[in-house]
Design a protein around this ligand. Structure first.
Ligand code: MLT
Length: 337
């Protein structure tokens, strides 16, 4: 009798588990299409941020293209994990979608470290032209092959600037000894050491508290990000170092993408394409507005002369360009736009 009960319980549990798995896979049938699905999306910033504008536009377009059969749920402020964890999660299909800056991606795909090389792009138009060219497509392919993550489009994080609570930065000498946070990127650590700081890599969700508690004095991010996460509360000086252009790849689990029917894949790609210029425009607009607001909120803004910074980081190129992909870096530098 005990054996029969045991067998029945096993059968019931198996049926329940199979039903559960079937539910999870719904919409992932390569033949059918037409199934309802809500994708979870990770964002490192909050509601109203330049990241959010892009994701809201994506949602609107995706719902329009599929009569709301496909949609997204937006998870703000690293709710699904830090950026490196989110990339890993998409790689093993535990996270559906996310935007993240490229800093933590270089450890998965070496070529992506290129974006951490200081003063590589002349201006944002240069960055857009490169990202929207074959170079952007090739990089996306590499990310797909090496991190198992599908890049849906290249959105914008923005031009990064340094902030600190020690002093205004007029020359690289002013950075000497400052405890500076970098993203989880060896290239960034080398850059900020070359500039004289005491540089430490740190995951994004820890940065505000570390600044607040004085574990670090300094960080760097695009201007809309600095306002979104309220760094003005814990940082006095905003120094317009403009040392890198930071893209914002909008990504998806490759396993999940590949499992979808053709019409769903097309709708996702179309919606991502439509959302990209809207997101970039919001990023540019917020950069102007946030700069004013940060000043009003009491940050002291300094525009240093950049030539001495560019000279100081030359050794970073010497060390890293051959390691990353010299040919790619030269192509980017010489790109006509
Ligand atoms: C970082 O500094 O870790 C990132 O720029 C955060 C972000 O993606 O907004």
């Amino acid at each position: 009798m005990k054996k029969i009960w045991g067998l029945m319980i096993t059968v019931v549990i198996s049926i329940v588990l199979m039903a559960g798995c079937g539910g999870q896979e719904s919409g992932a049938n390569a033949e059918g299409g037409g199934e309802q699905r809500v994708f979870d999306v990770s964002l490192p910033l909050g509601e109203g941020s330049h990241h959010d504008v892009g994701m809201k536009k994506f949602k609107e377009e995706l719902e329009r293209l599929t009569d709301s059969r496909l949609s997204v749920k937006l998870h703000y402020n690293n709710e699904l994990g830090g950026e490196r964890e989110v990339v890993e999660g998409m790689g093993i299909n535990t996270i559906d979608m996310g935007v993240a800056s490229t800093g933590p991606l270089g450890s998965f795909v070496k070529d992506v470290y290129m974006f951490d090389l200081p003063y590589l792009f002349k201006d944002v138009e240069h960055a857009y032209a490169v990202l929207d060219s074959e170079i952007g497509e090739d990089l996306a392919k590499k990310i797909e092959e090496q991190a198992n993550v599908k890049v849906l489009s290249w959105m914008e994080n923005g031009v990064r600037h340094e902030t600190n609570n020690v002093r205004p930065i007029k020359t690289p000498d002013d950075l000497k000894g400052i405890k500076h946070r970098t993203q989880e990127s060896e290239v960034q650590v080398d850059t900020w050491r070359a500039l004289g700081t005491d540089a430490t890599p740190m995951a994004w969700p820890e940065v505000y508290t570390a600044l607040q508690q004085g574990v670090i004095d300094s960080q760097e991010n695009p201007i809309p990000t600095i306002l979104d996460v309220r760094f003005h509360e814990v940082q006095k000086y905003l120094n317009l170092t403009g040392h890198v252009y930071s893209p914002l790849p909008f990504m998806m689990s490759k396993q999940l993408f590949d499992s979808l029917p053709k019409e769903d894949k097309e709708a996702i790609l179309k919606a991502a394409k439509a959302a990209t210029p809207v997101q970039r425009e919001a990023s540019q607009k917020q950069e102007q507005e946030a700069l004013k607001e940060l000043e009003e909120k009491g940050m002291e803004i300094t525009q240093p002369e950049l030539k001495p910074f560019i000279e100081k980081v030359e050794p970073v190129y010497e060390k890293w360009a051959p390691n990353i992909n010299e040919e790619l870096i030269n192509r980017v530098r010489d790109f006509k736009y």
